[in-house]
Design a protein around this ligand. Structure first.
Ligand code: HEC
Length: 150
């Protein structure tokens, strides 16, 4: 009878030990991913911050550093058209698509501008859209006016 109760206590103590170990393992399993999650989140936020700093500064649709209107392929246009002279030569000018094409041909014939290959179409698309001749200062003539009888 005495031996029996000693056995029981021993069993209980063992069971208690098992419960503690299981609890400890559970805590580790739960806490570990949380720590990983939060540390990766901090890394992620820092990455986002540096990304913002690396991006171009854009004001009123113009890339401040490059001086070009931001649109499709503008970085390629910048790379190509600022190789020999300031990009200001481009941004201070405006022309129709044909006008820009003529200018490119002129630079190719006299200024050693290379064959632009497939990029020529993209560059002309960009210039035609963003550096077209300025709108005329005069308003268009009035049309379809309903004059009232005097
Ligand atoms: C291989 C060199 C070179 C490259 C690349 C180049 N240009 Fe030029 N460009 C010149 C030279 C040289 C002049 C004459 C500069 C001067 O008059 O001081 C010029 C002049 C110009 C002018 C002024 C023309 C005028 O009537 O005064 C414009 C606008 C121009 N380039 C646009 C462009 C565009 C758009 C591109 C990109 C497609 C480009 N350039 C790429 C060499 C180049």
């Amino acid at each position: 009878m005495i031996e029996n109760s000693e056995n029981k206590e021993e069993l209980l103590a063992q069971a208690d030990g098992v419960v503690r170990t299981v609890r400890l393992v559970f805590i580790i399993i739960l806490v570990f991913p949380l720590v990983l999650y939060f540390s990766s989140k901090i890394d992620f936020e820092q990455e986002e911050l540096t990304k913002v700093e690396e991006g171009p500064i854009i004001e009123n649709g113009i890339d401040v550093e490059r001086g070009l209107i931001v649109d499709d392929n503008y970085e390629m246009v910048y790379g190509t058209c600022s190789a020999c002279h300031s990009i200001d030569l481009v941004t201070q000018n405006s022309a129709t698509r044909e006008g820009w094409k003529d200018l490119i041909v002129w630079m190719q014939e006299t200024q050693k501008l290379w064959d632009l290959g497939e990029n020529e179409t993209l560059i002309l698309d960009y210039l035609e859209k963003n550096y077209a001749p300025k709108k005329q200062g005069r308003r268009a003539p009035l049309k379809d006016v309903e004059w009232y009888e005097l």
